[in-house]
Unconditional design. Sequence first.
Length: 95
Amino acid sequence: ASDGPVPIPSALEYISGVGVGCDLTRRDLQNEAKEKRRPWDDSKGFDESAPVGGLVDIAADKNPSNRWWWSDSTVLSLTVNGVKKQETGTKKMIW
């Protein structure tokens, strides 16, 4: 238990693994709900709407040069049928 925020220098002591997930939206349902001025939660809550990859065990790897997941330069992208749909980097993520 903590009495407050975790200090940045010791943050890695509290992380055992990292993973990547993708929050999908059905734009057809979202646009329909928006037009009707209704909540669009159905556009987010469909089967397989939030795929998540496996976790990478970072607790076992003490080598700082392997910490791609902690870097401001790590790029994440989504490709569908060979077409890049989204791209961002960990620098833009809110922790």
